[in-house]
Ligand binder design. Sequence first.
Ligand SMILES: *Cc1c(COP(=O)(O)O)cnc(C)c1O
Length: 415
Amino acid sequence: MNAHAIFPPLEIPETLAAGPGPGNTDPRVLQRFANSGLADHMQADVLRGMIECKQMLRQLWGTSNTYTFGVGGTGFSGLDCMLSAILPGDSVVVFVNGTFSGIDALTIRMKAATRAELAANPMDPASASVTVVNVPHGQSVQGGTVAAALAEHRPKWAFMAHWETGSGRINDIKGFSDACEEHGVMGLVDAVSSLGIEDFSIDDYPGVAGWASCPQKGVLCLPLTYAPVSFSTRYIDTLRATGCHTYVHHPLLEARHWGIIEGQDVAAGSYHRTHSGYAVAAFHEALRLTLQHTLAQRARDYVFHEKALRDAVSAMGCQVTSDMTSLVVLNLPGALSGREKELVQACRARGFGIWPTLSEPVQIRIGILNQLSQAAITDIVLLFAAAMNEMGAEVGLTAVRAQLDQHYKVAIAAQ
Ligand SMILES: *Cc1c(COP(=O)(O)O)cnc(C)c1O
């Protein structure tokens, strides 16, 4: 290889993003990104944009939490900011029911580990102060499970994913919040997959002290922008008293650039790190579009189209094991069982971007982020049926299309 090679410009093809995320970013968001002028991170319109984003984020989360803002980066950046309040030796109970809550549990064990525990196994520490409650893949975390574990361990913190995207399961957020309140525990929630999809207000869950989401799923702003977070007064007071081991992901410091200082909204942000005017403009537009659509309508649209997809793949002999409204997780019919990865690879090779599960057992995940139309769902279903047929299934495409048409006709009439 020539060490001085000049590579040609990177061409990335258009694909049909039909996975758990990222979702298709609206062209209006990309336009805001590309049409923004070159302005520095302290220029008045950039700062105003951040303050408007903060206000829109409070609407999106349904909260009066002052400490509501975006953390530069991906979903795990927001989660890292939220989890930074967990200090070595802190007691935590973590509920795991899939890939992402599993990774969050690893983050928590790394943060809560003592120096000796971390040195004993730096990449996967066993932390005596962290209790991991495993719920089998394909099942939801139930309020009763949370209540029993918190009563037994009485930790400082509890953690759960709201929607576990690994297995497509919705966990009992009310049960989690109630149990946290009852036992005086500060709940922390990974809401990466639910924000912007389900119509909920975090202020209805007072047991939860910290929430973290991402830019690329329900909010649909992939151009690497901001992971929404929100913290209660109790979380902030606790953090103020203990401090934490980070500058860049410190919730109190990060909030300053969004015009939140000493628990108060101030007129303009103050420097924390170099925010990009392009990212601010794109994020601002994505939030505007989300709020214009309204959370209530979005949630209804996801329910409506997920049902069409679920019924279609079920009629093709697949077994759906998920209950999220943005994602269907399924097993192939008996004759094709065990060939899930092969089918996913064949689809991805031709630009139909579905996904396998990322941890055992192997299943197929088909998502509908920003694919909320009969035409888009029909495309997804027919591409999937064709891929099954190439592996020897005998799905009648005309019948599948007719069933979908009928489904939409009946469902639209019923609305
Ligand atoms: C996607 C996802 C993440 C990770 O988000 P990134 O943007 O990839 O960092 C974390 N938790 C859940 C529940 C997710 O669905």
